[in-house]
Design a protein around this ligand. Structure first.
Ligand code: EPU
Length: 433
């Protein structure tokens, strides 16, 4: 298992190219199971989660080919387009071996039921950020007429005849579900008649998937709002689509500039996807300016304390909660963060405290008393975003930070150490002997 060794204290300065969104690419790859002919996806990031999804849809009969793209003069090479074509529809099973490494495997459920009439998907267990049920996915697909049973740890779904559109409420106790909305949206695209999803997730990743399905021939209206209307069609066909920029990667680098008192130019991002993040960072004292698709970010030494609550889009995303907490460790006073999406998502608290942070957790709330400096330490990556927070803390901590188990970071950040090193960070990957 690789580690990162970071010597903190360098001010970051320069350009970083933002990759395509992991959380958009994963369900979009699954949706390709429904198309006839070749789909070409651009800006699919090179990540271990994408490799897992490719392996999964490969087992489900897709032929996948990755074109290479050359490195540009001053930026590390990002990856070339991905061609996907379904060549065999016999297998309908997502095995435990793959699902246990990546929960987003659940995204094949809707597409398989809609296109092949059958799906066997291993039930994803709990994960580091808490108990993550899939009841809303199943309930939504049931309303379209799929029948489900559980068998040996698998969800087995079948459709007699065709799925049938209906009006349904898709929200749960914690609000809307992102991947659940996408699963039902995909299935409804090939169902008979009209489906109306009430309480749908409005995240940019839902919109991106809907836009791709529309190019494939789907009839969808209202995506990006809580009420989505889908008129089912008979078939979807392969197309070309570019994945949206990764708003979470972009937000992580905004914090990287702020925490190192640096100045970064972030290329290929969409600040409209980060309005709540910009709002909180503005209150912290971080200066963010936009020019076309590029964001310029800089910060002054004084970081104001703030309050923040994670919420569904357009609220502050849970996937940037840990990173903001790392920044607020150095705030000039007391900050309060409340986690409303995944109330147990606080594995980074203990590790940040090992680096000198003063964070106290009370239920779904963390109270962060700002300190003058963080110190380097040996810490452990526990989940993707918690690990990103440790990298950010390491960039500013006094001395050396060693982060073990960085495979968590490799799931969701493309070439993070290369991107950070190119703008002045002292960071290296230490390969396991
Ligand atoms: N929920 C249910 N039942 C369900 C589904 C969700 O109760 O059937 C609950 C969840 O437990 C949670 C809330 O609803 O409390 C929202 O979860 P959601 O379903 O929206 O999460 P997700 O779709 O499984 C995606 C991202 C996560 C991100 C969340 C929230 C992907 C691959 N994953 O998960 O990303 O945190 O939306 O925005 O898109 C990450 O990238 O690090 C990550 C965890």
């Amino acid at each position: 298992m690789d580690s990162f060794r970071i010597r903190g204290g360098n001010r970051l300065k320069g350009k970083i190219e933002i990759s395509g969104s992991k959380n958009s690419a994963l369900p979009i790859l699954a949706a390709c199971l429904m198309a006839e002919g070749k789909t070409t996806l651009k800006s699919v990031p090179r990540l271990s989660d994408i490799d897992s999804m490719n392996k999964l849809i490969g087992e489900l009969g897709c032929h996948i080919y990755r074109h290479e793209s050359p490195a540009s003069a001053d930026l590390p090479a990002l990856d070339g387009p991905l061609d996907i074509e379904v060549t065999d529809e016999k297998n309908c099973e997502a095995r435990y071996d793959i699902v246990k490494t990546m929960r987003a495997s659940i995204c094949v459920l809707g597409p398989l039921l809609a296109k092949r009439g059958k799906a066997i998907v291993s039930i994803p267990g709990g994960c580091a950020i808490g108990d993550r049920p899939v009841d809303l996915h199943v309930r939504g697909l049931q309303k379209l007429g799929a029948e489900f049973r559980t068998e040996n740890g698998n969800i087995v779904g079948e459709v007699r005849g065709k799925l049938k559109g209906c009006r349904m409420y898709l929200g749960g106790a914690q609000g809307p579900t992102v991947l659940g909305t996408i699963n039902v949206l995909c299935a409804a695209a090939l169902a008979e008649g009209e489906t109306v999803l009430v309480g749908a997730a409005c995240e940019p990743e839902v919109v991106d998937c809907a836009e791709m399905l529309i190019k494939m021939g789907a009839k969808i209206k209202g995506h990006g709002t809580p009420e989505v209307r889908i008129e089912g069609v008979d078939r979807l066909v392969g197309i070309e689509h570019r994945i949206i920029p990764d708003r979470i990667e972009c937000g992580t680098f905004l914090v990287a500039a702020a925490i190192t008192n640096g100045e970064l130019e972030l290329k290929h991002c969409n600040l409209d996807h980060l309005v709540a993040v910009v709002d909180r960072l503005d209150e912290v004292g971080v200066k963010i300016e936009r020019q076309n698709g590029t964001i310029f970010v800089s910060s002054s030494r004084r970081l104001n304390p703030v309050e923040m609550t994670t919420q569904p889009f357009p609220g502050f995303p849970t996937d940037l909660q840990a990173q903001l907490m790392a920044l607020l460790c150095l705030g000039d006073g007391m900050s309060v963060i409340t986690e409303r999406i995944f109330p147990d998502r606080f594995l980074h608290v203990g590790e940040l405290n090992r680096m000198g942070g003063r964070i106290r957790k009370e239920g779904p709330t963390a109270i962060i008393q700002g300190v003058k400096e963080l110190q380097g330490a040996s810490v452990m990556a526990s989940d993707l975003r918690a690990s990103a927070a440790l990298v950010l803390a390491g960039l500013v901590a006094k001395g050396q930070t060693q982060i073990d188990r960085v495979y968590h970071i490799d799931r969701g950040y493309e070439k993070i150490e290369q991107k950070l090193a190119a703008v002045g960070a002292d960071i290296e990957r230490v390969k396991e002997k």
